[in-house]
Design a protein around this ligand. Structure first.
Ligand SMILES: [Zn+2]
Length: 151
């Protein structure tokens, strides 16, 4: 899968598809050093993967994929990002950050995704309305699914 990083219309850098990607295809596995919350540089790239666990920067493209409230990619059951629909060549990849973030003290940041149903603010999963939480259920990282939708 060929991906590239360039300036995004949305926010700083973004990640783009160098080739078309079909719905359901795996796109990239997120990686990086596993860090405890106390070790995370919150000014730099980080991805929450557990109640107190994070991935630090991998140094590759997964660090630069932007958020969208109506994303074309998402997680299913781990740290592999899948295409949620067909993605065209040179289209920007996006996923919904609220399917990973669940910090009590995260006040959120303004969203610039431009989706018609944009939530306006990127927030922790716990702070989303119940109907949005239910809609995001299939895309949650495993730790959040276990926490909010135990089997
Ligand atoms: Zn948005």
């Amino acid at each position: 899968m060929k991906l590239y990083v360039r300036q995004s219309g949305q926010h700083g850098n973004g990640v783009f598809a160098a080739d078309s990607i079909r719905e359901g295809e795996p796109i990239i596995v997120f990686s990086g050093p596993v860090l405890h919350r106390s070790e995370v540089d919150f000014n730099g790239y980080h991805l929450q993967i557990g109640q107190t666990l994070y991935l630090g920067p991998s140094g590759v493209v997964d660090d630069y994929i932007n958020h969208s409230c109506q994303p074309n990619s998402g997680f299913r059951d781990g740290l592999t990002l899948f295409a949620l629909r067909d993605i065209a060549t040179h289209e920007e990849l996006t996923w919904d950050y609220s399917t990973a973030i669940d910090e009590e003290d995260f006040s959120g940041f303004p969203c610039a995704c431009g989706a018609p149903d944009c939530r306006g603010l990127v927030r922790s999963f716990r702070h989303l309305p119940a109907d949005v939480q239910l809609r995001l259920r299939p895309l949650l990282l495993p730790y959040l699914r276990d926490l909010y939708f135990p089997r």
